[in-house]
Design a protein around this ligand. Sequence first.
Ligand code: UDP
Length: 470
Amino acid sequence: MAGAQEAGDAPGHQPCARRVLVFPLPFQGHIDPMLHLAGVLHARGLAVTVLHTRFNALDPARHPEFQFVAVPDGTPADVAAMGRIIDIILAMNAAMEASPAVGEALRASAVAGQDGRPRASCLFVDANLLAVHRAARALGLPTLVLRTGSAACLGCFLAYPMLHEKGYLPPQESQLCTPVPELPPLRVKDLIYSKHSDHELMRKVLARGSETVRDCSGVVINTAEALEAAELGRLRDELVHLPVVLAAGPLHKLSSSRGAGSSLLAPDHSCIEWLDAQRPGSVLYVSFGSLAAMDSSELREVAWGLAECGHPFLWVVRPNMVRGCDVDSARQLPDGFEDAVKGRGVVVRWAPQQEVLAHRAVGGFWSHCGWNSTLEAVSEGVPMICRPDAVDQMMNTRYLQDVWGVGFELQGELERGKIKDAVRKLMGEREGAEMRRAAQELCAKLAGCLESTGSSQVAIDKLVSYILSL
Ligand code: UDP
């Protein structure tokens, strides 16, 4: 087991009386919230042991406050190399179920240590790790699920069988705008779906995730009452058998550990110096998260759209962002682009996103609308251009555009003229100003949830009491 001797002691170096285990799904958008939750619990006096897969392994040196245990996950190398998240989740779970390694790691991690390490009260697990939940259950260790997506997403997840029975899914072209009255305000086109994945495999992953949620001892959702009160109410009705269903987010605003601390790619901090030199609210930040990809022709259109829009921008071009391309994606940027944007546009491979969105120079965010990116933007009052790609990003866009009024969707083919117009709309005076005002109002409501008597802090209080009761 890695970790310094004092690892796990609470702030102030008091030995912790209780300990929790956490086991994130090894993808960026799932690792960050789990480690933020770990940080929040650690700050409340609980010791934390992080179990992690060897696939996308975490670096213990970045979190000396936690103990770390690497668990052999057995994900076949060829599946890992393909990089398809649905396939990896299924293969990883199958390998874990076929081996005693997870159970052994959990057993060894859960017991009290001779060094005074307290026994673990429970395990926080990602809903996609049913194999880990089952192993914990076999040991009698209670599990709580951390949902890293929205409450609406969890509602859709649990409703997946019904959505198929009633014919909403798989989506039919002619039905895309049909409302789904069982899950307001969603339409068929907003439901969880991926054009890049085999739908039956996606169904299987969601069915397994639902089993984890229904069978666990409590659910923590990285959302807030100010964002999703009605959705949370419906979930509590549905999961009435669970002792706790808590909205404790946005976790990155409650945790003192910085987002970049668990980045799988090294963030380029030089962009912060560049932002320091820009006018307040003048910069468009562009990032499509850790997984979404585009064709090289789309990359070219984005590049020229940004070049032609006239606004300063900071653009994350991940090494693997262009589909089917073996070289670093930034090397696919068109000839002449660098000269055209010199002094006005910056391209990085990975940004310290939370710091970027909190920077006073950033006035807009063009995003794929992953839930973390959504939360990070609304927490800072930054309005958005939404370009959803798959899974829950369409429903996040629905909320951003039509429920909260803090963004709008850029639809159809990516084309430089449309991109230029969208950026000007967001960063400009009229419609952009309206969305900026709505974003500031939402940000203030969210800040209220984070105050000591706010709903998210109260949720953490309840969670800690619950953990101590286990
Ligand atoms: N992120 C980052 N730097 C980047 C791009 C993304 O730190 O250059 C982080 C971002 O802050 C967010 C996570 O990666 O916390 C992406 O999660 P999200 O749910 O938005 O999308 P996903 O990657 O899961 O599609």
